[in-house]
Ligand binder design. Structure first.
Ligand SMILES: *Cc1c(COP(=O)(O)O)cnc(C)c1O
Length: 223
């Protein structure tokens, strides 16, 4: 079990590696934001990351995130949370209450439900479309060849403020072609946020244009 100290050290190490990868790619380190993936991690590790100054976290389950973060949010008003797991339409109101950004928009029913919730609140959230770059049947996300029309429809038919794209490349594959595909879909749709790269491949993602990397086990240790 990592101690508080080792979470702090690992966090600093990941931040340094992100900055080095950005500089090596001719990018400014400030162009890449680290989201610490805290799903399934014990409280002491999360509190160690908070103590080290980390203020952006990502979770894949709505209920788990609400239980974990409601109190910590009150103590840290500058905290921001991103949803990176699949979202069911019946959990949309809870998700919008808990998260500042939702990275997993991938179907029309969900687009409609989010639009209705934003209208009810009179406020939107940062929204990313998940693209299933590997066209894996078991994985969430819009098919790559349907991405342009889905993004257009989310904007036009539902009035949603699409801010960017997210992907999870197939496990065994070279991630670079997937990251480049996501970057090119974003570029031709005028989308600024590119959420890609995890513990094992975030430096490659930074080289391919990631603006947000989602890193869990490299910071917190194994889940
Ligand atoms: C769990 C998870 C991550 C973090 O994975 P690590 O390998 O622990 O860095 C990133 N993105 C998504 C969508 C995840 O579910």
């Amino acid at each position: 079990m990592p101690t508080s100290h080792s979470v702090a050290a690992a966090l600093a190490d990941v931040q340094a590696r992100i900055a080095a990868a950005a500089i090596a790619a001719g990018r400014a380190p400030g162009e890449v934001t680290l989201a610490a993936v805290s799903k399934q991690q014990p409280d002491d590790r999360i509190d160690a990351a908070l103590k080290s100054g980390c203020r952006l976290f990502a979770e894949n389950r709505v209920q788990e995130a609400r239980a974990r973060w409601t109190g910590r949010r009150a103590a840290h008003p500058d905290l921001r949370l991103r949803l990176i797991g699949p979202l069911q339409t019946n959990k949309v109101a809870d998700a919008v209450a808990v998260f500042d950004a939702i990275e997993t928009l991938d179907r029309h029913r969900l687009a409609r439900a989010l639009a209705e919730e934003f209208a009810r609140l009179g406020a939107a959230r940062t929204l990313l479309v998940q693209v299933n770059t590997g066209a894996e049947p078991q994985k969430s996300g819009v098919a790559p060849d349907a991405a342009d029309s889905f993004i257009a429809s989310a904007r036009r038919d539902y009035g949603l403020p699409v801010d960017g794209l997210m992907c999870i490349p197939p496990q065994a594959a070279d991630p670079a072609p997937h990251f480049r595909m996501l970057a090119s879909i974003a570029a031709r749709n005028g989308l600024a946020q590119l959420s890609m790269g995890m513990s094992h491949d975030f430096e490659i993602a930074v080289r391919c244009g990631a603006t947000i990397v989602r890193v869990g086990s490299a910071i917190f240790g194994a889940r």
